[in-house]
Design a protein around this ligand. Structure first.
Ligand code: SF4
Ligand code: SF4
Length: 190
């Protein structure tokens, strides 16, 4: 894991303002106590700790954030939020940053995670909730895994297990307030 701090040449506050205005997360409240990172179960796989991601936003280090694996590896478990003395919503910040990359800010460091993220959002936009069967089909085709027999078999077995437990539907179902969800997508993702 990379933990080195960047050399700061110039602080760009415009990015911090943009993030705070658009996401409504008070990122500037962070005083770098690192409690968030000490409880995060995903730091073993991340290139930067969550407190560093928050720091990069404060310093306007956009390129570091765009190139970072961390934003794609956050599991949204919310442990950091419960530990943060300033209640900074780091998973929401990670999602916001994912959205920035997905909508053209740069190349995702974890391409398959980004692809999964896109397919997930596409499914929620279409049905108001995730249709796992459609999500996995889209992901497998677009990631090229549909032509890897081992991957297909693993996913088919997993799907069968979920189906037996009633966790997988064969057809999508739409929620009642679908138009509200779609309007939200129009506001934030297009
Ligand atoms: S716990 Fe909160 S205040 Fe402390 S470093 Fe993390 S985000 Fe900043
Ligand atoms: S929400 Fe993300 S950053 Fe926060 S503790 Fe969980 S995995 Fe780590």
């Amino acid at each position: 894991m990379e933990t080195s701090e960047p050399v700061i040449k110039e602080i760009d506050l415009s990015f911090l303002n943009e993030v705070e205005n658009e996401s409504q997360i008070k990122v500037s409240a962070c005083f770098q106590c690192r409690k968030c990172s000490n409880g995060c179960p995903m730091t073993f796989a991340m290139d930067y700790h969550p407190y560093q991601v928050v720091r990069f936003v404060n310093l306007g280090l956009k390129e570091r954030l765009i190139d970072s694996k961390t934003i794609w590896l956050c599991s949204s478990c919310h442990t950091c939020v419960t530990r943060c003395p300033n209640e900074i919503d780091i998973p929401k910040l990670m999602d916001y940053l994912k959205g920035k990359v997905s909508t053209g800010a740069g190349q995702a460091a974890e391409k398959n995670v980004e692809l999964f993220h896109r397919e997930f959002l596409k499914s929620v936009k279409a049905h108001g909730r995730v249709f796992e069967g459609g999500l996995m089909r889209g992901y497998m085709i677009r990631s090229g895994q549909m032509w890897q027999p081992r991957k297909v078999m693993d996913n088919a077995l997993l799907g069968l297990k979920m189906f037996k437990k009633g966790r997988l539907k064969l057809t999508p179902t739409r929620i009642k307030g679908l138009n509200k969800v779609q309007k939200m997508f129009q506001r934030h993702w297009q």
